[in-house]
Structures are given as C-alpha cells and as structure tokens.
Design a binder for this molecule. Structure first.
Ligand code: ZN
Ligand code: FE
Ligand code: FE
Ligand code: ZN
Length: 271
C-alpha cells in the first residue's frame, strides 16, 4: 500500500453514539496507511439539545480525554493529538469557553451542523429542505460560519461548506457569501479543514470546493486535513485525493497543533 505521509486531524470514537471501532484500531489503521500524525476530534457534548446519537454526554468528556491519553501511550511511534469537534450554537459561547478550558486540548474544531435549530446535515431532517430558499439558507450558514470564526473558541473550522452535503445548491452565484465569510475567518486567524468526508456523501466532493479553497489561499488562511472517520477503515480515507487539490490551489503545507499552538508540516513532494 502506498504510504500517505499526511496527517488526519478528524476522527471520532464510539462515545459520540454513531461511530464504531476501538480507538486502538483507528491508530493502527493510521500507521497502516502511513499517516505521520493524527488527532481524535470526537463530538463535544451538545448543550442546546439532548441526543446521545449525535454527541457524547457532558459526563463522558473527561473519559474521552483520558482515553486519548491511553491510546497515545500505546502508540509512541505515532503523534496523537487531543482534539474535539464542537458545534457552534449562538448564545452558548461563554459556557463552551469555560467547559473547553477544563481540558488540555491540542486543537478545537468548530462545526456547523445546525442552522437556527435545524440539524441540516442529519438525514433524519431532510424534509427541512422542502420549499426552502437555498440562497437564504446558504447565506445564513456562511454568516454563522463567520460568527463561529469570530467567537474565538476555535482553531479550525471543520468541513467548511458542509451545507452542500446533500447536493442542494442555490442557482445563484454564492461567491459573495464565500468572500464575506472568509474575510472574517482570515481576520480571526482561524484555519479551515480540507475534509474528504464529502466524497462519501451524496454531494460526492471534498469539503470545501476548489473555488472556496482558492479564496482561502488568497487570504492566507491555513488548512488542516481530515477524513472525519467514524470507523477505523475510514482513517486517512482518500486523503491522497485532497493532495492534488491543495497543490493546485497553491498550498504547500498543512497546519498542525499542539497545546493550541499552530505549526506547519510540508506536504509531500511529487505525485
Ligand atoms: Zn459524527
Ligand atoms: Fe461535523
Ligand atoms: Fe466529525
Ligand atoms: Zn464532522
């Protein structure tokens, strides 16, 4: 098997209620495919609703932190970072900030899976798309993504154009929405994730789109890489397809984090 020589900063654990496999299997798969560094980033407890199929409970957070420490001790040959994927819900910033400060996270990913209370990426909520003005939906999504960046809570914005997940797109040009959002992301100094999870979803493409990523590069926004693995076999999944995209757009390095301090790793040369 061709070795990836990349990083995967987005993977889940059984704690979130919709992933499978032992954490050791995720780490072993990372070594198998040749990843040079990984980070677990399981779903942080949801504060605005109760749903154990979407995220761990608050009481599980210290257990998750301990488990990442345990798997790290078992794989000294593989740098394993302690990350977390946190839903950005307006109004919960202070509560999130104090809860996140309780643990020694290496990086914190901000995600939008809810727009004004609607879990738009959950297949159980697909009826919410019926009759919706998609341009207004996208406008609100990218406005919230800018708010998330400016909240100061996050190091990275995960799967930044997740709103395209099911392939429902506005007819109108959305470049203006991207620009407004990314001006704010750049000013806030937050990185964005290039995620191969979209390749496994109805939209069938990487998050974010090439156009979006070009606007990121123009603004000097750093990128991380992730598979959003919810089972061991997805660790490093199709990251080799993200590499030519990153190179085309002009990226030669990806951001990595330790104790919330950003550093950069050069992307491997050649094809
Ligand atoms: Zn998940
Ligand atoms: Fe997510
Ligand atoms: Fe995720
Ligand atoms: Zn995710």
């Amino acid at each position: 098997m061709k070795k990836l020589n990349l990083v995967d900063y987005h993977m889940h654990t059984v704690r979130c209620g919709h992933a499978e496999g032992r954490m050791e299997e995720y780490a072993a798969q990372a070594l198998e495919v040749g990843l040079r560094e990984i980070g677990f980033s399981d779903h942080f407890p949801l504060l605005h609703i109760e749903d154990k199929t979407l995220a761990m409970g608050l009481e599980e957070l210290p257990l998750y932190v301990g488990e990442v420490g345990e798997v790290r001790a078992k794989f000294p040959q593989l740098p394993i970072r302690l990350g977390i994927e946190v839903d950005y819900i307006p109004g919960y910033e202070d509560r999130l900030s104090s809860l996140l400060a309780e643990h020694p996270f290496d990086y914190i990913m901000g995600s939008l899976h809810f727009v004004d209370g609607w879990g738009f990426d959950d297949p159980r909520n697909l009826d919410g798309y019926e009759g919706r003005d998609l341009f207004q939906l996208w406008r609100r999504y990218f406005e919230l993504l800018g708010d998330a960046a400016e909240s100061g809570l996050f190091d990275v914005l995960a799967h930044p154009d997740l709103i395209k997940k099911f392939g429902f797109r506005p007819d109108a040009d959305v470049t203006c929405l991207y620009r407004e959002c990314l001006d704010r992301v750049a000013a806030a100094g937050v990185a964005v994730e290039v995620s191969t999870a979209g390749l496994r979803k109805p939209v069938g493409e990487i998050y974010p789109s090439e156009g979006f990523l070009r606007l990121c590069h123009d603004r000097g926004i750093a990128v991380t890489l992730g598979s959003d693995a919810h089972r061991p076999g997805e660790v490093g999944d199709r990251l080799e397809e993200a590499l030519p995209l990153l190179r085309r757009v002009g990226y030669g390095e990806v951001a990595v984090f330790e104790a919330r301090v950003r550093a950069y790793l050069a992307l491997p040369e050649g094809g």
